[in-house]
Ligand binder design. Structure first.
Ligand code: ATP
Length: 369
């Protein structure tokens, strides 16, 4: 059951497009995540695919059939919402079994699927309870179990784990993913959580500013971000973005402080250079010119996150070894030691440099292809 989005657009009010030109191919059996900040249109896109709101522009295909104007019940999909949408008068078991009974599945098949789904979401103890006697998180797990137990091969999920506590959420990520694989479900999964998308998805669509910023595998998105938005949205701590200008033939000067050698001369222009905290090295005292001052120190146990400021005031995040001691106000010598991403003035990826070698980075068109 593949899904094709062809230049989908949505305007809620005339002339006000909240989504434009959204195109993607979602393979049968794939886990496809839609990620982006609050208000970027993730739920809107999912609701258009589900048929809950009309599609304003473009075409939707489900399993090679045009589905743009099909009523929701004919789209061969199920949906798990952030809100639970359960029948209050039915027990957990009956809620989960409802769709299967309506479709006249054999009783033993229903029992097998329902038991498995309830077990998966850890609700064995609560099988006979009504939704009102469950916590919010438990209700969401019932909704999840109902979708899992259904025979439908496409499941749309809108932040389904966001009401669960942190520990259960992490456990559910793996279990949901395993079950999705086992059942061969095609899942479209909306989340604002980049870690959830990175750990669960086969492909990720990044939405921002009404349009797709990039589509790619988690590795593509992390290692070959198409622009500064994607680069700084993925990864903790975030990628540092530093203003840069051409200083010499094959050299960029970042934040008036750090030098970056590039393999070929660059056109004279303004650039932005992105460096993840783990690609910055702290030199031992006396080994280099002090160039950054510590502003905050955050001990995480296994490592230390330092927020520093370069000499010209540009903020810089660094990761340091837990055994070392840092104090606010200390001066550090920081050097680039890893990947540096060069973006143009508008934030579009140009290339990546590592050890003096140039590597291709992503862009929307090439990564989609
Ligand atoms: N029924 C509506 N009428 C008009 N505008 C709407 C309607 N529903 C959503 N919007 C607007 O469309 C944009 C996208 O909303 P949507 O809920 O799809 O975003 P989202 O990415 O899912 O956000 P969140 O992560 O906060 O749930 C927002 O600017 C929102 O205000």
């Amino acid at each position: 059951m593949s899904i094709e989005l062809k230049a989908l657009g949505k305007e809620y009010t005339a002339g006000n497009w909240v989504l434009e030109d959204v195109s993607a191919h979602i393979e049968s059996g794939e886990f496809f995540a839609i990620v982006g900040p609050s208000g970027c249109g993730k739920s809107t896109l999912l609701r258009m695919i589900a048929g809950l709101i009309p599609i304003s522009a473009g075409e939707l295909q489900i399993d090679d059939q045009v589905a743009t104007n099909l009523p929701p019940k004919d789209r061969k999909l199920t949906m798990v919402f952030q809100s639970y949408a359960l029948f209050p008068f039915l027990s957990v078991t009956d809620n989960v079994a409802f769709g299967l009974k309506a479709r006249k599945f054999p009783a033993d098949e229903i029992k097998k699927r329902v038991d498995k789904a309830i077990d998966l979401v850890n609700l064995n103890e609560f099988k006979d309870r009504k939704p009102r006697d469950l916590s919010g998180g438990q209700r969401q797990r019932v909704a999840l179990a109902r979708a899992i137990a259904s025979d439908v091969k496409i499941c749309l999920m809108d932040e389904p784990l966001s009401n669960l506590d942190a520990q259960l959420r992490i456990k559910m990520r793996t279990e949901l993913r395993n079950l999705q694989r086992e059942l061969g479900l095609t899942v479209i999964y909306v989340t604002h959580d980049q870690v959830e998308a990175m750990t669960m998805a086969d492909h990720i669509m990044v939405l921002h500013n009404h349009e797709i910023q990039q589509i790619g595998t988690p590795l593509d998105i992390y290692n070959r971000p198409a622009n500064t938005f994607v680069a700084s949205f993925f990864g903790t701590p975030r990628m540092n973005l530093l203003p840069a200008r051409v200083e010499a033939d094959k050299e960029l000067l970042l934040a008036n402080t750090l030098k970056l050698s590039v393999p070929e001369p660059l056109p004279v222009a303004d650039y932005v250079v992105g460096i993840r905290p783990n690609a910055l090295r702290l030199l031992p005292q006396g080994a280099g010119e002090p160039n950054a001052q510590v502003k905050t120190v955050e001990y995480l146990g296994s490592e230390i996150i330092l927020e520093a400021e370069l000499a010209d005031g540009t903020p810089l995040e660094l990761v340091a070894a837990a055994k070392d001691q840092y104090n606010v106000g200390d001066w550090l010598s920081v050097a680039i030691d890893g990947q540096a991403y060069v973006f143009d003035h508008d934030g579009q990826a140009q290339f990546m440099v590592e050890g003096g070698t140039r590597h291709a980075t992503g862009n929307h068109a090439s990564v989609q292809a």
